[in-house]
Design a protein around this ligand. Structure first.
Ligand SMILES: [Zn+2]
Length: 315
């Protein structure tokens, strides 16, 4: 039977997995990573794939490798253009890995990969027009129209976190604008807002770690009784609700699926829903919902979906 190798490269680890065509995980292996340059990531991926492919699952033959990575990626050519605007060289990762492991390699960025997992194994089984909105460390979306992912002329479509949240708080965003949805409602944005507002709420019980970020989960847990956390939570829910309504106007989906670490615990979800304008979302007939895919494996499933969809497109 055919299997697919997925490689989900995040900030702290590389997760490799072998999945069957139905998305069932046959085996996985973790490799520690950290902040890597593209060349270092290539080196890690080559070594990890060598090791992983040296073991075979009885009854299965790997057909292709799929990768989910951060940054700007051309899924059609397999070129990883950049991690961010300060760290970039056009690395032909798909070709280099194919030469190394002898299998076709398909890649895309992490959020579009998760959206492809949704397309193949989640909401995409019921609809051809949906938005997958990821609210994690950052905010981005996979926009699926007519069953096709919108990628744009520079492989940059879906960076919707850098659109106005509709709030006027004066929160600077690393992109150069202020009050972007990502600057207010992402994991990094909630941290930034908490630190900006800290002096206005001297009695807050929120933990401010010396290194690392304020915990969005702690902000939500404290929001019933802590004024700072209530403000942060309220602003995040408003920013995400406004973003959803803008996206609905933009691509006319019948489903909006939310995923990512900030929404995974379900706390923010009802608070987002109550801020939606019924008229604006009236054509979202399948609703606004949390992903039904397991947050712990959606990255791996997305990476494998790149391989499965890539093989179908080239067949
Ligand atoms: Zn921005």
């Amino acid at each position: 039977m055919k299997s697919y190798i997925g490689a989900d490269l995040g900030g702290t680890k590389l997760l490799l997995g072998e999945l069957d065509g139905e998305g069932r995980i046959l085996r996985t292996e973790r490799f520690p990573s950290g902040p890597l340059s593209q060349r270092e990531a290539l080196d890690l991926l080559q070594r990890a794939l060598d090791k992983f492919l040296a073991t075979r699952t009885p009854g299965y033959e790997p057909a292709a490798v799929g990768l989910g990575l951060i940054g700007r990626i051309d899924g059609k050519t397999g070129v990883w253009h950049e991690i961010d605007r300060n760290r970039g060289e056009a690395l032909p990762l798909g070709r280099l890995l194919r030469e190394r492991c002898g299998l076709p390699c398909f890649l895309d960025n992490d959020v579009r990969s998760a959206a492809k997992a949704e397309l193949r194994f989640g909401e995409g089984r019921h609809t051809r027009d949906f938005v997958y909105l990821n609210v994690g460390t950052g905010i981005a979306a996979g926009l699926v129209s007519g069953g096709r992912m919108i990628t744009g002329g520079h492989c940059n479509a879906g960076e919707v976190g850098h659109t106005s949240s509709g709030l006027s708080l004066g929160v600077p965003c690393p992109c150069g604008r202020s009050d972007c949805a990502e600057a207010i409602a992402s994991g990094s944005g909630i941290d930034r807002c908490a630190r900006l507002l800290r002096r206005q709420f001297p009695d807050t019980a929120l933990t401010f770690p010396e290194s690392g970020r304020v915990s969005a989960g702690e902000v939500f847990r404290l929001s019933e009784k802590d004024a700072l956390c209530r403000t942060l939570t309220e602003n995040a829910a408003t920013a995400i609700a406004n973003l959803i309504m803008n996206l609905v106007r933009f691509s006319d989906p019948d489903t909006v699926v939310l995923g990512g670490g900030v929404v995974a615990d379900g706390f923010l979800f009802p608070r987002i829903l109550e801020k939606l304008n019924a008229h604006t979302v009236r054509f979202v007939t399948r609703g606004i919902r949390l992903t039904s895919l397991d947050p712990a494996s959606i990255g791996l499933l997305g990476a494998c979906s790149n391989a499965i969809l890539g093989m179908e497109e080239t067949a």
